[in-house]
Design a protein around this ligand. Sequence first.
Ligand SMILES: [Cu+2]
Length: 201
Amino acid sequence: MAITPPKERIWWNEPIEKIELIWIVIAFLWGLFMFGFMIAWHFIGQQNLNKEAYRIAPSNYEAKVEEFAKKFKVREEKGVPVVKPPAGTDVYLLGRLWQWWPILELEKGTSYRIHISTLDWMHGFSLQPVNINISAYPGYEHVITLTPTTAGEYGILCNEYCGIGHHMMSAKLTVVPKSAWSAPATASAPVAPAGGEHASH
Ligand SMILES: [Cu+2]
C-alpha cells in the first residue's frame, strides 16, 4: 500500500464520526467512575493505611529506636539486631543512609503500632512482597496500625532514591505464627507479656 496524501487538503476539519463520539463519551464516563471509585476504595477496599504522623527531632527518634532495639533484641544478624517486641506493642523502625534498622520479628494475627521515620533524607518504606508503601521523612514520625495476617519472611526496601547505597537499603521483617511465638526476653530480664503499655508521644 502506497502512502498517498489525503484527498482533501484541509483533512482535519471534518465533522466528528458518530462512533468516535460514542468512544469519547464512554472513556469520559469511565474516567469519572474510576475517580469516584478512588474515593470509595478508601472505605470499602481497606487498602489505605490508617496513618498518624507526629513531629519529632530526627535525633530524638534515633534515640527512641536505639532504646527499643536494645530492650527487645534477641540476637544479631550480620551486626544488625533482630528485635522481637512483646506482641501488640509499639514497634520502631529507622531509615538512614543506607539501611532500614533494625530487623523485626512480629507475631501473626496481632495488631502492632509501627512507627516509621528517618534520620537524614527522605526514604521509602516498601514492604515486599505485599507492596505496602509509605514515604518516610526526617522530622515526622509516622505511625501505622498493622496486623500481619500471613506468617513468613518479608523484605523492607527503600523505594525513594537516596544516593549511592540506595539499592542496598533493605531490612527484614519476620512474621511468626502464634504457636511458634514465645514471649521475648532480653539478656538481663524477662519482659512483660503481650498487652504492655503503649509509648506516649
Ligand atoms: Cu533509598
